[in-house]
Design a protein around this ligand. Structure first.
Ligand code: ADP
Ligand code: MG
Length: 757
């Protein structure tokens, strides 16, 4: 003990002699102090000094050191500070907040309020009364419901506040006798008194305060949470790093990260509330910009890296193109020519092609891709054609076989339903380089096929050819050019965020000789029956589609089966086929073939993808429960008809009761034929989060931005990111150090296969 006291005194003397070092390395002194005090078993304030002068000094030093070490803490340390260290946040509350993803002070700082409340003179629409709390108690209503009634004394007399949901803690435990409160809420009368039901209330002294409102677990009170946020701001705001290069803060007049956080969590003037609420305030814009800037930086960096990667230089010879032209029964449209020029440009360059071809259903993407494939084959390379389903793979194969008939180009189909012996033989042929084209599904080709010389991968209808797929190819030692095709038109803003690492080509013109499809809405299936009867009398075919939603597959199958039976009664069993997900592959294929050949006139189907086929004489698309489909699905389905000069029809059948949104979708379908226009409407209606249906789609999740709302910022961020990379492609300039650091962290997984040293 005495020894420790001596050491303490020496340490204090030491501190006095080395002020500079003390401020520079506060942690050293704090650790030394703690070492002595804890080892000796006395508390951190060192009660060993009792009430002495030294004790006061020691306490002051400890407090100062604590502050100094906090200030000197690195950003990393601040990120790990547990919210439990904040006032009023106990174990239980921390657990609830944890479920919402709020664990550290950093989480707290970036969990923004979703709106603000200002309790001032104006309370739109609601009643506000001010009075002194007198008494409160539990009462029974006439029909024996329990309620808590509190009586207040106001200038004009008494009024009451009533709660039907209450506990011993609330509001009884909160209201203090003699305190003046302002209450606001729904007004009424109760027991002859002016009353407010389930009011919010604040102490009069708190009037004029701004309350941010957060998304919180039910058990966490806004006020308590906000108090903790305020404490966190006081302690740690100084440690918040700025990840946005200063030049952009200056360019867009954004406040710093620190200032922005303060404004967001603790605004001090009510004049800014509307701008804060709708996110147009610079404090919010700053974080939106920052997020989109790094998204674009990452995408563009990847894009550059692909093109830098040593790819194949295909020779695009005029004679190849002349040869291909002779294989085709038609002339290319202007749009097809434009897109092919873009593709050939990539193929003849050294870098790896990563191009996405977008075009409405039936715009002729497939033939464009096959043309690229034929050029690759002429250059001596193999081509993989990858489809999402077996039916589509077979259809591609059939089209390809037609195209290469009479040439020496070879093609093999490789799908899951082939026998093992067939697969083995085919794989050997592929590995030996005897097959120029290999057509199949994702799983089969990527996992099973070894190519001799894979030069081009054509990937159809895949929303995302992601890191994983690329990885498989690279691991197998291939570096093919990649050509993606999608019939889901993607609005520009979304394409920038989602496919920003790819080059995009758009086929925005339909092959000639197509008559626009007539789209109608009806709530009577009989209307559809009449239309089908008229059309099959002309020798045309009709689809009748039922939505297939996983959870109710049985119900949907039942509905489809019922309709199938009804149609059999009307049109004769021989003319109607039923296609559903539980059928064997061969059965499906046989049915599709019969429909294509015109042996079956009406195809009833529960599934969506399987009908991604080309049957030109089909002129009717009936979609049952169409309100249950999304816009892009509806558009996709409609695209299955109108594939020839014949007039085609799409009939959207709904129940009598349709939700507002369902009605909007149906209206949009009846009004618009253009897939891009529909996709924009879809995006506006559903928001970016749901656009692709699933989270697995790989669409980046945004913390602060909404790319529909923030289009302009997105555009600016894209331009700025491009500017940075144009000047400093490897991000090696000192002024871009922070960008590099953030990128390496944010895009760690994505950039794994790209050097970002
Ligand atoms: P997508 O893949 O874009 O849905 P497809 O490539 O399957 O479209 O083409 C749809 C149909 O149009 C096919 O029958 C195809 O042969 C035909 N087609 C493609 N391009 C042309 C063209 N330039 N002129 C006439 N018909 C075309
Ligand atoms: Mg296609």
């Amino acid at each position: 003990m005495a020894n420790d006291r001596g050491r303490l005194l020496r340490l204090l003397a030491d501190i006095k002699d080395n002020t500079a070092d003390y401020f520079k390395n506060p942690r050293k002194y704090l650790d030394a102090l703690k070492d002595i005090t804890t080892r000796s078993g006395f508390d951190s304030a060192g009660f060993v000094f009792k009430d002495s002068y030294e004790r006061k000094e020691l306490e002051a030093i400890l407090a100062e050191l604590t502050l100094l070490t906090q200030a000197a803490a690195t950003t990393e340390e601040f990120k790990t500070v547990d919210i439990r260290s904040l006032p009023r946040i106990g174990k239980k509350m921390a657990e609830s907040l944890d479920k919402q993803g709020i664990r550290t002070v950093e989480d707290m700082f970036y969990h923004f309020p979703y709106r603000y409340e200002y309790i001032g003179e104006t309370l739109s629409g609601k009643k506000a009364l001010t009075g002194v709390f007198k008494t409160g108690g539990i009462m029974l209503t006439k029909n024996r419901k329990r309620l808590y009634k509190a009586v207040f004394q106001a200038d004009f007399g008494q009024f009451a506040a009533v709660w039907f949901h209450f506990s011993a803690k609330f509001p009884a435990g909160v209201l203090k006798e003699g305190e003046k409160y302002t209450l606001y809420g729904q007004s009424g009368t109760f027991g002859g008194l002016d009353s407010i039901v389930h009011p919010q209330f604040i102490k009069e002294s708190e009037m004029g305060e701004i309350m941010p409102v957060y998304t919180l677990p039910k058990t966490v009170a806004q006020k308590v949470y906000h108090a903790a946020v305020k404490a966190a701001l006081e302690r740690y705001l100084g440690l918040v790093p700025d990840y946005l290069p200063a030049r952009y803060e200056t360019r867009y007049k954004y406040p710093s990260a620190k200032e922005s956080l303060k404004l967001i969590h603790n605004p001090d003037t009510p004049y800014e509330l509307s701008a804060l609420s709708d996110r147009s305030h610079p404090a919010y814009q700053r974080f939106i910009y920052e997020e989109l800037f790094y998204l674009q930086m990452g995408l563009l960096y990847k894009k550059k890296a692909y093109t830098r990667q040593e790819g194949i230089r295909f020779d695009i010879k005029m004679e190849y193109l002349e040869w291909i032209k002779k294989l085709l029964p038609f002339k290319f449209t202007h749009a097809q020519k434009k897109v092919m020029a873009e593709i050939f440009n990539d193929m003849s360059a050294t870098g790896q092609m990563n191009r996405l071809v977008q075009g409405d259903v039936g715009s002729g993407k497939t033939i464009v891709a096959f043309t690229a494939g034929l050029v690759a084959v002429k250059n001596g390379w193999q081509v993989a054609v990858i489809a999402p389903t077996e039916v589509l793979a077979r259809q591609h194969m059939a089209n390809l076989v037609k195209l290469i008939q009479g040439t020496d180009v070879t093609a093999a189909l490789l799908t899951g339903s082939m026998t093992n012996a067939e697969k083995k033989r085919t794989k050997e042929m592929i590995a030996a380089g005897h097959m120029d084209f290999v057509v199949g599904t994702h799983a089969v080709i990527q996992e099973n096929a070894d190519f001799m010389r894979l030069g081009l991968a054509i990937i159809d209808e895949q929303h995302r050819f992601g890191v994983e797929q690329r990885k498989t190819l690279i691991e197998k030692g291939y570096m093919p050019d990649i050509l993606l095709m999608t019939a889901t038109p993607i609005p520009r803003t979304l394409a920038l965020s989602f496919y920003g690492d790819l080059d995009i080509s758009i086929i925005d013109e339909m092959p000639p000789g197509r008559t626009p499809i007539i789209t109608k809405h009806s709530n009577k299936i009989e209307d559809a029956h009449r239309l089908i009867a008229d059309e099959i009398a002309k020798g045309h075919g009709a689809y009748v589609i039922y939505p297939l939603i996983d959870t109710s597959e049985k119900l949907d199958l039942k509905a489809a089966t019922d309709e199938y039976e009804k149609l059999c009664e009307i049109f004769g069993e021989a003319n109607v086929g039923l296609l559903h997900g539980r059928m064997k592959h061969e059965q499906k294929q046989a049915l599709m073939d019969a429909f294509k050949a015109g042996n079956i006139k009406i195809l009833v189907s529960t599934t969506v993808v399987e009908v991604g086929v080309d049957v030109p004489q089909a002129t009717v698309m009936v979609i049952e429960n169409s309100e249950r489909f999304g816009l892009s699905q509806l558009h996709q389905l409609r695209g299955r008809v109108g594939r020839s000069h014949r007039q085609s029809y799409c009939m959207l059948i709904t129940g009598k009761e349709v939700s507002e949104e369902g009605r909007e979708r149906i209206n949009a379908m009846c009004r618009h034929a253009d897939g891009f226009r529909l996709s924009e409407i879809d995006l506006e209606m559903r928001g970016p989060g749901d656009f692709f249906g699933t989270r697995q789609s790989g669409l980046p999740e945004f913390q602060f931005s909404n790319i529909v709302r923030d289009v302009k910022v997105l555009q600016a961020a894209r331009n700025d990111a491009a500017e940075v990379l144009a000047e400093d492609p490897s991000l090696s300039m000192p002024k871009n150090a922070v960008i590099k650091q953030v990128l390496a962290k944010k895009w760690k997984k994505e950039l794994e296969y790209i050097d970002i040293a």
